[in-house]
Design a binder for this molecule. Structure first.
Ligand SMILES: Nc1ncnc2c1ncn2[C@@H]1O[C@H](COP(=O)(O)OP(=O)(O)OP(=O)(O)O)[C@@H](O)[C@H]1O
Ligand SMILES: [Mg+2]
Length: 315
């Protein structure tokens, strides 16, 4: 979608300038902004009647260029642009179709101590590697909701992989998130951070931490799900727009029973939002077992890997 100034649309419809002012006030300055903001949100924030908003959206359809691509073009685009970040374990990469994919969200879920944070930190190091070594020669952004990000651990992983640890640390930006609202505000404007730097991996570890403690009761669930849905939709859009990988972690209390995914991403309603979902459980010693679940493109398969001083490795 090209950027068409909103004023052009308002003028075409001969609407009052008050409509423009109300929309501009909430940051809608282009036709693109208008179509990418949920219409109910526009209504809530501007107080404009639904009828007016619907008219604007219908007319916007006349102004924008509608691009329908052939499946062949889509396939070519994906082949040329979608990239993968190695996890550090070839077997795990294999079941993931090459590693953690750019342009979409990957959810890693599992119980306490499964290795979700370890894997996330490992990926922040690996994304910096050159392409030939499974990286994207880029930096990472770590949205840390639990205070679990450990620069010391990252430095250790980087050093034991033969990298300069200070250099590795300086390529990772960390945002410490203090509450659910803080997280919502940060996630909603994350494009500003990734826009200005060469970031190809965004981690949110973990997505629900603050939401679980701030929205503990059943009646709060719809509000919580709504907030999380918005964050995931926004992250998916950022992943696609910037062709970067988004990794979210999710703590689940109980192991999955007979293949069903209780508790992940706050229940079933949001489970479709991450494209790839990986369940990690502990095995004996330092062994972990990862299982790809629910993927639209990957078969459900398992791979063992281990976590050592040097990070994620093949067994
Ligand atoms: N330096 C290290 N060397 C070897 N193993 C390590 C090292 N540091 C951490 N680990 C392993 O990683 C585990 C912790 O994993 P991690 O913190 O990633 O769990 P998690 O899935 O994020 O759990 P939570 O849900 O509590 O956040 C430790 O129990 C240990 O087995
Ligand atoms: Mg963790």
């Amino acid at each position: 979608m090209g950027k068409i100034p909103l004023i052009k649309l308002i003028a075409k419809l001969e609407m009052e300038s008050e409509v423009y002012d109300k929309l501009a006030k909430i940051g809608i300055l282009t036709v693109e902004d208008l179509l990418l903001t949920p219409s109910e949100k526009i209504r809530e924030k501007t107080g404009l009647p639904r009828r007016v908003i619907r008219k604007l959206i219908e007319e916007a359809g006349q102004l924008i260029e509608i691009k329908a691509e052939s499946a062949y073009q889509v396939a070519r685009y994906m082949e040329e642009n979608i990239a993968y970040i190695t996890t550090g374990s070839r077997m795990l990469d294999e079941i993931l179709g090459g590693g953690i994919e750019t342009s979409s969200i990957t959810e890693v879920f599992g119980p306490y101590g499964a290795g979700k944070t370890q894997l996330a930190m490992q990926l922040c190091v690996n994304v910096q590697l050159p392409k030939a070594q499974g990286g994207l020669s880029s930096g990472a952004l770590y949205v840390d909701t639990e205070g679990a990000f450990s620069p010391r651990r990252v430095a250790e992983i980087a050093r034991l992989r033969g990298m300069n640890s200070d250099h590795a640390l300086s390529n990772i930006k960390v945002i410490r998130v203090l509450s659910a609202s803080h997280q919502h505000a940060i996630v909603s404007s994350i494009d500003k951070v990734v826009h200005s730097s060469s970031i190809k991996l965004v981690v949110v570890d973990s997505l629900l931490h603050h939401y679980r403690s701030e929205y503990p009761d059943l009646h709060m669930l719809p509000a919580r799900q709504q907030a999380i849905r918005e964050e995931l939709s926004w992250l998916a859009r950022v992943a696609e727009s910037f062709n970067l990988a988004v990794l979210i972690t999710n703590h689940v209390l109980s192991p999955i029973k007979s293949g069903r995914l209780e508790n992940a991403v706050g229940g079933h309603t949001l489970a479709h939002l991450p494209k790839t979902r990986v369940y990690i459980r502990k095995g004996p010693d330092n062994i972990r077992i990862a299982r790809v679940v629910d993927s639209p493109t990957l078969p459900e398969r398992e791979a063992p890997f281990k976590i050592t001083e040097a990070g994620v490795e093949d067994i």
